[in-house]
Design a protein around this ligand. Structure first.
Ligand SMILES: [Zn+2]
Length: 407
């Protein structure tokens, strides 16, 4: 296999999680008597550009199941994050009624609605119908397409070049990252700005976040690698911020190569930190498998010991992360009888692979298990607050990443 960015041969293994079904392939009761499709879940790292990437195995289209689309507006903390961003970037770039903002993967309009409210023209790009419908109801124009060079050129040709183009949690999910980046270059006005947010591979490694690996997540990015990809199409990273979202993300700011804006000290400092932490040498990547296996083994040992001691355990949050952990560990309903989730679209379905039933959050309060394992550890504080009444009755909360914690 060749690197998806630079085409070099991929020789260095990063992580092998065996085989798993797509993490969003939740099952209905009638599916449980059918065969389930598993794909290899293996990552490699390119020793030329240091892009960490999934092995090729299937076309992207077969993985995105619109029925279980994630609605960004479901998370209040994410809505607040989007509103703060819009206020900050509008001020920083001086956006107004003559500007054009394009968001790729605009989802249900969770972010662009803030530009609509401010009277700043905007356009969403979103291939999933259910979320695009929701955005249009908020008065946001949406193009129902996948973004890439062809669409970028077409938009520019139609006079829809962007003063600001943004993508939150989409850059790591596109199968052809070069084509996507060329699309940004094509649609960006002279003097325009692109911002992209994505989980930082440095934090993934440091915090053992192997469960953020799933098939739909094709790339695991450092600032160094994004800089390389930008340069290859005539863009330049001129600023970067570290964000706490998704266990540690980056927000990079880019412009055309020839843009007069100075590259900030934050870029220089973070590139140096990545180098210091070994992100441009094979050893740090080669060691990761052992770290992931320790997290998996500790979680599995906890579940087995709880069962032997006659304790009851339930999980909270039927998230993609949970599916990666549970399928890597081979956990089934005998060790973890149910998981609760607030999303109505997942309730009364089953987790892919593990076939653990997904129930309404009220069930967890009714059954009062001895332990609640919070699968989406990134929202553990929020979940513990929601379930504070259970804690008062003696339930303990468990998180597996970065290491097993019972509190
Ligand atoms: Zn490469």
């Amino acid at each position: 296999m060749k690197c998806r960015h630079c085409g070099s041969a991929l020789r260095c293994d990063f992580l092998d999680l065996g085989f798993a079904p797509p993490s969003n392939a939740y099952l209905a009761a009638e599916d449980l008597s059918r065969a389930e499709v598993y794909f290899p879940l293996r990552l490699k790292v390119c020793e030329e550009c240091w892009l960490v990437q999934t092995e090729d195995y299937a076309s992207a289209e077969s993985l995105f199941s619109p029925e279980y689309a994630y609605f960004s507006s479901a998370s209040t903390s994410w809505l607040a994050h989007a509103a703060r961003y819009v206020e900050m970037i509008s001020g920083r770039l001086g956006l107004g009624k003559d500007s054009m903002v394009i968001e790729v993967a605009s989802n249900d309009g969770y972010l662009l609605k803030n530009f609509v409210a401010a009277g700043i023209p905007c356009l969403g790009v979103e291939p999933t119908d259910s979320t695009a419908d929701a955005a249009e109801k908020l008065g946001i124009p949406v193009l129902r397409e996948f973004f890439g060079e062809a669409l970028g050129k077409r938009l520019a040709g139609e006079g829809n070049s962007a003063d600001l183009i943004l993508g939150n949690n989409v850059y790591a999910h596109v199968p052809d990252i070069n084509d996507f980046t060329k699309g940004i270059k094509a649609v960006l006005k002279v003097g325009g700005t692109v911002t992209l947010e994505f989980p930082h591979v440095m934090r993934l490694i440091e915090q053992n976040q192997f469960d953020t690996v799933y098939h739909e997540h094709f790339s695991y990015l450092s600032l160094f690698t994004v800089g390389k990809i930008f340069e290859s199409v005539g863009l330049r990273v001129f600023d970067v911020e570290e964000l706490p979202t998704h266990g540690g993300s980056l927000r990079v700011y880019g412009c055309h190569t020839g843009d007069p804006r100075q590259t900030t000290d934050a870029v220089t400092a973070l590139l140096a930190e990545e180098e210091m932490r070994g992100l441009r040498s094979a050893a740090v990547y080669a060691d990761f498998q052992v770290k992931a296996e320790k997290v998996k083994n500790d979680a599995l040992a906890f579940l087995i010991e709880a069962k032997r001691a006659g304790k009851t355990v339930a999980a909270y949050g039927a998230a993609a992360k949970g599916n990666t952990l549970l399928n890597f560990a081979g956990v089934k309903p005998d060790l973890l009888p149910f998981v609760c989730d607030a999303a109505a679209s997942k309730q009364n379905k089953f987790m892919p692979g593990s076939h653990i039933p997904i129930l309404h959050p009220d069930v967890i309060s009714e059954r009062r298990p001895d332990y609640v394992m919070i699968l989406p550890w990134n929202i553990a504080t929020e979940v513990r607050q929601q379930l504070a009444a259970l804690a008062e009755q003696g339930t303990k909360f468990v998180t597996a990443v970065p290491d097993l914690k019972i509190q």
